[in-house]
Design a protein around this ligand. Structure first.
Ligand code: SDX
Length: 428
């Protein structure tokens, strides 16, 4: 491999060191470019720019590979559970039984939120989108745990904030749903595992006994695992950038929740379900909607299709598609939207527009089918994505801090007005 790249600029030759990762990914290190040449690079959307070096997640968009700390996503989805994967992402190795039990115990015992957090819920109208509630209440945790604001906090304090956040996101998420339907809140139970406790808080109702369904618990574990990290995506980059200013974990993750909410990012899972429902109401003519997605004069995009990195099948979409079939069969559900999704996928995968642009179903295309089957309302889909992605956000924030990375501050190319003098309003 070349040790460096030569850049010839204005007759001068600049040597850019080449670095290579453990999976043979290569980069030019341009850390001294501006000092040496006065030039910066420009890369709208950071499509060709590496923001950091990371040991957490590896993905290969061409080959459709995704591994958390080296473990293939299909093995983790099949054999692991969400808290074990969270431990793996955050601490770097699969836990022993004792480590996992301690981690799970810590999280279980932090699921309760301060009663004043519950009072904040009372201020939200029932129409409030749960993602807005989630980002607000996660940030509000800085008020209840002010030590989390200290950038020089001890590792023990950081771990405590990590336990609190993973624990309380499930309570806040379930309560945001209950708030939207005017149901009484269910307080967390310490006798239930993480996913069972979340489902209990979401769906238990005072007038009837809530039965934990193992098929639903298993499906939720799988979905949370599949969403747990995805290297430097939009929301993770947001968490890192905010965290690089020494902002607290809670403040950084709150910003990540808002980035994920965007319909081009995590918000796509809600958009996919609304798209499938619109196609169903429109008579189910999938080709008509594929044609709309191709029409440059039509702003409609085939939600759940395409990806910045995957130019092959998103490995998570393959697993979720099979899980959707399995869950619907196990629950005895015949969801017409699954058939529409399958027809849409087939129509797109054989259409030159999508084939030429390498647009395949992504993680969001089939996930909503499972969420719907297990009773999660559409407006909560992106909240479930955030719950899944939280360990990844935490792991990336922690890595950035431990590596003492500098505050993120990109440059620009100015294209505005040249210097001009102020004129009074009477002269304008
Ligand atoms: C996630 O980064 C991550 O890892 C994200 C994520 C994670 O786990 O964190 O994987 C989660 O965000 C998945 C993506 C969910 N978003 C959607 O499903 C929304 C629909 N998809 C797109 O909007 C789009 O594909 C993106 C945003 C996902 C990617 O956009 P890019 O890489 O910026 O590509 P682009 O917009 O430049 O599109 C390239 C071409 C364009 O056509 P041309 O200009 O070449 O003619 O493909 C077209 C686009 O118009 N195109 C689509 C399309 N996606 C891209 N056309 C129709 N339908 C689509 N869905």
């Amino acid at each position: 491999m070349a040790e460096s790249a030569e850049l010839i600029l204005d007759g001068k030759s600049i040597s850019l060191p080449v670095i290579e990762g453990t999976e043979n990914e290569k980069a030019f290190d341009i850390g001294k470019l501006r000092d040496q040449t006065g030039y910066v690079t420009l890369d709208s959307g950071y499509k060709n720019t590496g923001a950091t070096k990371s040991a957490i997640t590896f993905l290969d968009g061409e080959e459709g590979i995704l591994r958390y700390r080296g473990y293939p996503i299909d093995q983790l989805a099949e054999k692991s559970n969400f808290l074990e994967v969270a431990y793996l992402l955050i601490y770097g190795s699969l836990p022993t039984q004792t480590e996992l039990d301690t981690f799970a115990h810590q999280i279980t015992n932090h699921t309760l939120v301060h009663e004043d957090v519950r009072k904040i819920f009372d201020g939200f109208p029932s129409t409030a989108h749960p993602m807005g509630i989630l980002s607000s209440l996660i940030c509000s945790l800085t008020a209840f745990y002010p030590k989390s604001l200290d950038p020089n906090q001890s590792p023990e304090e950081t771990n405590l904030n990590i336990f609190r956040l993973i624990a309380k996101i499930s309570t806040i998420a379930a309560w945001s749903y209950k708030n939207s339907v005017g149901h009484p809140l269910n307080y967390p139970r310490n006798d239930l595992d993480y996913c069972s406790n979340f489902l209990y808080m979401m769906f238990a109702f005072p007038t009837e006994k809530y039965e934990i369904n193992p098929v639903v618990v298993s499906a939720l574990n799988k979905l949370l695992i599949l969403h747990a990290d995805h290297e430097q995506n939009c929301s993770t980059s947001t968490v890192r950038l905010v965290g690089s200013a020494n902002a607290s974990l809670y403040g950084s993750v709150s910003a990540g929740v808002n980035a994920l909410w965007g319909p081009l990012h995590g918000g796509a899972n809600q958009e996919v379900m609304e798209m499938l429902e619109a196609i169903q109401q429109d008579g189910g003519n999938t080709q008509k909607w594929v044609d709309k997605a191709k029409d440059k004069d039509d702003s409609f995009r085939l939600m759940g299709f395409g990806h910045r990195v995957y130019k092959n099948f998103d490995p998570r979409a393959k697993i979720i598609k099979k899980a959707a079939d399995d869950v619907l069969k196990a629950l005895g559900i015949d969801d017409p939207l699954l058939k529409i999704a399958q027809e849409l996928e087939q129509a797109a995968l054989t259409d030159p527009y999508f084939v030429e642009r390498k647009l395949y179903p992504n993680v969001d295309f089939y996930s909503g089918i499972i969420y719907r089957a297990i009773g999660i309302p559409t407006e909560m889909f992106t909240v479930l994505f955030a719950m899944g992605r939280l360990p990844g956000w935490i792991a990336q924030w922690k890595e950035m801090r431990e590596n003492k990375e500098p505050i993120g501050r990109p440059r620009q190319i100015y294209t505005g007005e040249l210097e001009r003098d102020y004129v009074g309003i009477e002269q304008r």
